[in-house]
Design a protein around this ligand. Structure first.
Ligand code: MN
Length: 255
């Protein structure tokens, strides 16, 4: 009898144990499986417009996929329709109703109060990006005519210029820009600036008129190249619109 009693007790305990275990199993929180990939919708550059103000966005002469695969459509779209739009709107807001409202962007930059971070960052951001977009395009391999001659005269050859410019860009630390500029004496120079500063500002170590701009902020390349800034710099050289840079050079010489 005792044996039966013991067996029955064991059975009850076993059932209790299993039911508790079952209960535990049913309490496990279910994590939903990932849903289908979100569809990325991309507009067109001409749909992006700044709010009303003194400055408007520089129009792109190529679509968002026009620099692919060197600069991906997603990078270009983010850069143009988010970052550049923000600089433009913030610049307009910062100068609205001030004496800067009627000036050109070059004039604003040259007479800038460097302690005014709002205008310094946004006027720089607006000018720098406007030039960067113009320097890009299908990529025409090498400069021609006057600019080609000037580059050879100054740097020895186009290949040597390319090496020097890439070295300058890859050695920069943090958010910055590298430039090819024309200085007051009409000489070509390679230089760099931090943040959204540029060689038109009176604090620039090397001053002059920029004719080629390379954005080295991470937002310009991180989706495509992550930490490999050098690969982005190499890719940038494949999409430089040298015809436009040549025109910038001839304009700068007139100043
Ligand atoms: Mn940028």
């Amino acid at each position: 009898m005792r044996k039966i009693h013991f067996l029955l007790s064991s059975l009850v305990l076993f059932i209790l144990f299993v039911s508790c275990n079952n209960k535990k199993l049913t309490e496990v929180v279910e994590v939903p499986l990932p849903t289908a990939e979100e569809k990325v919708t991309m507009g067109i550059p001409d749909d992006v417009t700044a709010e009303e103000g003194a400055f408007q966005m520089e129009r792109l002469s190529y679509p968002y996929d026009g620099l692919n695969p060197n600069i991906s459509p997603l990078t270009l779209e983010m850069h143009y329709s988010k970052h550049y739009l923000t600089y433009t709107n913030n610049l307009n807001k910062a100068i609205a109703g001030t004496e800067l409202d009627d000036l050109t962007i070059e004039e604003i930059l040259s007479k800038l109060d460097l302690n005014d971070a709002e205008i310094r960052n946004n006027a720089g951001g607006y000018y720098n990006h406007s030039l960067y977009w113009k320097c890009l395009g299908k990529g025409s391999g090498q400069p021609k005519d006057t600019l080609a001659e000037a580059i050879t005269k100054k740097f020895g050859s186009f290949a040597q210029f390319t090496t020097s410019f890439k070295e300058e860009a890859t050695k920069q630390f943090g958010s910055s820009w590298s430039w090819l500029i024309v200085d007051k004496s009409g000489n070509l120079k390679i230089t760099s600036t931090q943040n959204q500063d540029n060689p038109l500002m009176h604090n620039a170590l090397v001053q002059g008129t920029p004719i080629l701009a390379l954005d080295l902020w991470e937002h310009a390349y991180y989706l495509d190249y992550q930490y490999k800034r050098k690969n982005y710099v190499d890719a940038f050289f494949k999409v430089i619109n040298w015809k436009k840079v040549g025109e910038n050079y001839e304009e700068a010489l007139k100043k």
